[in-house]
Design a protein around this ligand. Structure first.
Ligand SMILES: [Zn+2]
Length: 415
């Protein structure tokens, strides 16, 4: 079995070795060295840290990067996004996702949660790039039949279940306004039967909340709960307008909220998901970028600063969130469902980063505070996933081709 041993990495003030066998960490500590035949990597004092988890994105939307036109949400969707999405092919999605994976590997994300068209093409891109993803086909039955939606859901679970060890399937109902009550209930039952997670956009805009109350008499989280969709398998993207009763219910049901502060600010949704209120209620929280169409970056390490700052700003309180807590959210430590496990420990998947030892942003002061407030993804030197070195010395093999092929696909779509 192939083994990778990283030598002389900086961890908590000491130099450690990490030996990875069969995609897992077999040993980690000051005494750990390489065995004969191991591939070795001299970290030369680079900081060893767990990788980041992007809890909500639409990876292939890198195709739409830079063409948002600074429009409001609905004209942006109706004029720029939906007409082009109707023409997308699997090949477009493959290259858009490869570009997204390249950006994530370069900026320290090794696992992402995705909802997009042609999920089989996303899965192929993820496997080829070597990172991890939980993928769901966008499900909706507004504008098409519930039957069509159900067969698409079942087919996608089958395809994604066979996509290899780096990919796991999910059900991805788009939102409570794009999926009917009966279909949401059906998705909840299917999720329980197959034990697969659900990703859904929830409480992104005030209008969504008002419409939900008008149509169903309750706020969005209570509506989902009534339909059997709010449970420990659910990942709720955004949650900007959740009120205290909804946060208490989400905590009780064990669901996860993924906040996407940069996309929310770019689309000017007008509110801020309150991390202090969610934490106090006991809600599990992750961080996401949302798609490159509405961010436009997938650099989660940069968004981490925005996340921390907007929490402080909205609360008018600089102690509203501390650097260590923000870092825990970005690395998935506050939301077990997102898949971080116990990183950098014996038996854990061999997924980690080495950060440039002499990066000016990391040279002085507390490393975690520097990562949150000073660094961006540019400090990532090496990215390892499942014991495979995907990037070393900031060099990602094949990047030039990925950028060129994706740009060509985007031009072909008229973007
Ligand atoms: Zn989204």
């Amino acid at each position: 079995m192939s083994a990778l041993t990283v030598l002389a990495a900086e961890l908590g003030g000491e130099r450690v070795g990490v030996r990875c066998v069969g995609g897992r960490i077999e040993a980690i500590g000051p005494e750990v060295g390489a065995a004969p035949g191991d591939e070795t990597l001299d970290a030369a004092g680079a900081h060893l840290v767990p990788p980041l988890i992007n809890g909500h994105t639409h990876a292939a939307m890198t195709l739409f990067r830079g063409s948002g036109g600074d429009l409001p949400l609905m004209p942006w969707l109706e004029e720029r996004i939906w007409p082009v999405e109707a023409k997308l092919t699997g090949e477009d999605v493959y290259w858009g996702t490869r570009l997204a994976c390249a950006e994530m590997i370069r900026t320290g994300t090794t696992r992402f949660w995705d909802m997009y068209w042609h999920p089989e093409a996303t899965a192929r891109a993820v496997a080829d790039a070597g990172i991890r993803a939980t993928i769901g086909a966008p499900l909706f039955d507004v504008g098409r039949s519930a039957e069509e939606m159900r067969s698409s859901a079942l087919a996608s679970l089958e395809l994604l279940g066979e996509a290899g060890p780096l990919v796991s399937p999910a059900l991805a109902p788009h939102s409570i306004y794009m999926v009917s009550e009966n279909s949401l209930r059906w998705i909840g039952e299917l999720s329980a039967e197959r034990q697969v997670p659900i990703q859904i956009h929830l409480s992104e805009t005030q209008k969504e909340v008002e419409d939900c109350i008008a149509a169903h008499g309750v706020r969005p989280a209570f509506y989902l709960d009534r339909l059997g969709v709010l449970n420990e398998r659910a990942v709720l993207a955004h949650g900007v307008w959740l009120d205290p009763e909804e946060l208490a219910l989400i905590a009780e049901r064990g669901a996860t909220v993924v906040t996407n502060p940069v996309a929310n600010m770019k689309l000017a949704v007008g509110g801020v998901f309150s991390h202090p209120a969610a934490r106090a209620a006991g809600v599990q929280v992750g961080l996401g970028t949302d798609g490159a169409g509405s961010n436009d970056s997938l650099n989660l390490l940069a968004d981490l600063k925005t996340f921390a700052l907007i929490q402080k700003h909205a609360a008018a309180d600089p102690t509203a969130i501390e650097a260590a807590e923000a870092w825990a959210v970005a690395t998935g430590a506050r939301a077990p469902l997102l898949g971080a496990g116990a990183p950098l420990s014996v038996g854990a998947p061999a997924d980690f980063l080495l950060l440039t030892a002499d990066a000016p942003e990391l040279g002085v002061g507390d490393l975690t505070a520097d990562l949150v407030y000073a660094a961006s993804g540019a400090v990532v030197d090496t990215t390892v996933v499942a014991g495979r070195t995907l990037m070393r010395g900031g060099e990602l093999p094949g990047l030039g081709e990925t950028v060129a092929r994706t740009a060509e696909r985007a031009r072909g779509l008229g973007l």
